[in-house]
Ligand binder design. Structure first.
Ligand code: ATP
Ligand code: MG
Length: 553
């Protein structure tokens, strides 16, 4: 078999299982709890599971792990589906809801009771915690653990029938109160909770606990490789116990990998939710977040996220990745795809005093110097232009090659111009820059071999359109770290800059939501799908051009 890329440890395990006939197919799944939006960490899990199913000609299941009605909402179910589809993980027919298995889970609990492996306890939550012991101390026997099978069956049925109040009774698995693994100390497997469920409505007033429900869900669906993150390693013996005792023929095999973390970035549904609820950000898709919805709105492509996940690799050791790597991936993805256009975000007027006409002329320009397939366009040029304020200095330092009095620069795709003078307002701020141009340098080519060191971009003052542009920095104040002493995020006060009077070349005027461009010298931008400022297009900066990030060798 030809193999150029080395396999990750999960692939090696799967291949071993297939060779040894432990399984003769591969079934994976992504099992989110619909209690928030997905984030970049979930993207890793989705693409990993989907990729494995594809690689081994297997099946990928999308399953909502919706067994806890307190935090789950249909809004989240919808957003999760949208995000996974966008990432390109196609579940086909295989869309499942754990809540559809409530009957089977109930039966499984009854099976355990009948085998003497589960009992109803009247201890309350505090007592259960106290009886459970600690890492150093074994747990104590639950005084209700000797109830007869008949009594347990009757009580459990009454729990289901709504006879008991929330919290007054639980069903516990009877395993081992002195196990060194606390998860095995007679874990609660069912609780009473009079709650309306988003899928099953008021049918149930008892709900299974995650550790009981989860392995049963995988087993019902015939999942072969149940891939999850490291924090579930200690739960594996319990999962194996459940599926064995309930009597599933071919239990799934769990393999754990390390979560994806980004340095100085808020990942974790709970923390993102807190920012959203406290209105510190503009909803789950605020482009400063790393929820998948936010990355999409920010202008990231599914391809760039897939590349990032691939570069991160799969490992057993926790580590934290520089967000620069994600930015690298979107730059690489857009480099050849995005048209390169001119936009002036902080405009100052440039007047060409010797330009002979008040009319405009059209000049050809390539849409992407590195990708001729994107073709060319015509851009308007005239006597009055806008340039970026920082492309001019009255009194420049050494090695400043852009415009200053007496200096000649190239206007990109247009002409050479030499600065002759400038005007200022009462504050000394520059209002107009004057220059002369060399008609012989049309197209930005030197007419006589003389060189200019600087090339600046521009937009025609007579023919352009105005837009709002949003620039982003990290949401987190990196100097202070992610969280303060109270667990609140240290927000970078400069994380969002809104520029209102930006001039963009007219070729972009009809841009639609999610269209992406390189604004030359300034970065990659996307048309925001949601906001329009007084009918003006709003562009989000996806990423700037420059980066200090180096791809690890
Ligand atoms: P969070 O920790 O952000 O609250 P979660 O683990 O509670 O996420 P679930 O909906 O339970 O979210 O997760 C669905 C799947 O995504 C699980 O298999 C989980 O292990 C995986 N997952 C969650 N966060 C990450 C991450 N940072 N990196 C890789 N996989 C992740
Ligand atoms: Mg969770």
């Amino acid at each position: 078999m030809e193999e150029t890329v080395s396999k990750n440890f999960i692939e090696r395990e799967i291949e071993k299982d297939l060779e040894e006939g432990v399984y003769n197919e591969v079934v994976t799944r992504f099992p989110p709890e619909p209690n928030g939006y997905l984030h970049i960490g979930h993207a890793k899990s989705i693409l990993l599971n989907y990729g494995l199913a594809k690689k081994y000609d297997g099946t990928f299941h999308m399953r909502f792990d919706d067994t806890n009605p307190t935090k789950e909402k249909t809004e989240f179910v919808d957003s999760i589906k949208e995000d996974i589809q966008w990432l390109g993980a196609d579940w086909g027919e295989n869309l499942f809801f754990a809540s559809d298995y409530f009957d089977k889970m109930y039966e499984s609990a009854v099976t355990l009771i009948k085998k003497g492996k589960a009992y109803v306890s009247d201890l309350d939550a505090d007592e259960i915690r106290e009886y459970r012991g600690t890492l150093e101390e074994p747990g104590k026997k639950d005084p209700y653990s000797d109830r007869s099978v008949e009594e347990n069956l009757k009580l459990f049925e009454e729990m289901k029938d709504g006879v008991y109040e929330d919290g007054s009774k639980v069903l516990r698995a009877k395993i081992d109160m002195s196990s060194p693994n606390i998860n095995m100390r007679d874990p609660i497997i069912y609780r009473v909770a009079h709650l309306t469920h988003h899928n099953t409505g008021d049918k149930w007033c008892i709900y299974p606990m995650y550790d009981f429900a989860h392995p049963i869900e995988d087993a019902i669906e015939g999942v072969t490789h149940s891939i999850c993150t490291l924090e579930f390693e200690d739960h594996r013996p319990l999962y194996d116990w459940v599926v064995r005792e309930v009597g599933f023929e071919r239990p799934p095999r769990q393999i754990e990998f390390a979560k994806l973390y980004l340095t100085n970035v808020v990942t974790g549904k709970r923390y993102i939710k807190k920012l959203v609820d406290e209105k510190k950000v503009d909803g789950w898709d605020d482009p400063r977040l790393v929820s998948i919805a936010a990355l999409r709105r920010r202008g990231y492509t599914p391809e760039s996220i897939a590349k990032f996940v691939e570069l991160c690799g799969v490992s057993k050791a926790n580590s934290s990745t520089d967000i620069g790597m994600l930015e690298y991936c979107i730059r690489e993805d857009l480099k050849m795809k995005a048209p390169r256009v001119m936009a002036v975000l902080d405009p100052v007027k440039l007047v060409i005093d010797n330009y002979p006409s008040d009319d405009i002329e059209m000049l050809p320009a390539p849409n992407n110097m590195e990708n001729p397939d994107l073709g060319t366009r015509q851009i308007p040029f005239g006597k009055e232009l806008y340039i970026n304020r920082d492309d001019f200095m009255i009194d420049p330092p050494k090695k400043y090659y852009r415009l200053y009095p007496g200096n000649e620069v190239r206007l990109m795709n247009a002409y050479f111009v030499t600065c002759t003078s400038y005007e200022t307002d009462d504050n000394g701020d520059v209002t107009v820059i004057h220059c002369t141009y060399d008609p012989a340098s049309k197209g930005g080519n030197s007419p006589d071999g003389r060189k200019v060191k600087g090339t600046i971009h521009w937009v025609c003052a007579k023919d352009n359109f105005k837009a709002t542009v949003r620039l982003y920095e990290n949401l987190v104040d990196e100097e202070k770290g992610v969280y303060d002493d109270n667990g609140n995020v240290n927000i970078n006060p400069n994380s969002l800059t809104v520029l209102k009077d930006c001039y963009i070349e007219p070729s972009v005027k009809d841009a639609k939501a999610y269209d992406r461009f390189q604004f030359v010298r300034q970065g990659y931008f996307v048309v925001d799908y949601k906001d329009f400022e007084a009918d003006e297009i709003v562009f989000n900066r996806i990423v700037s051009m420059k980066s200090s990030f180096k791809l690890p060798k």
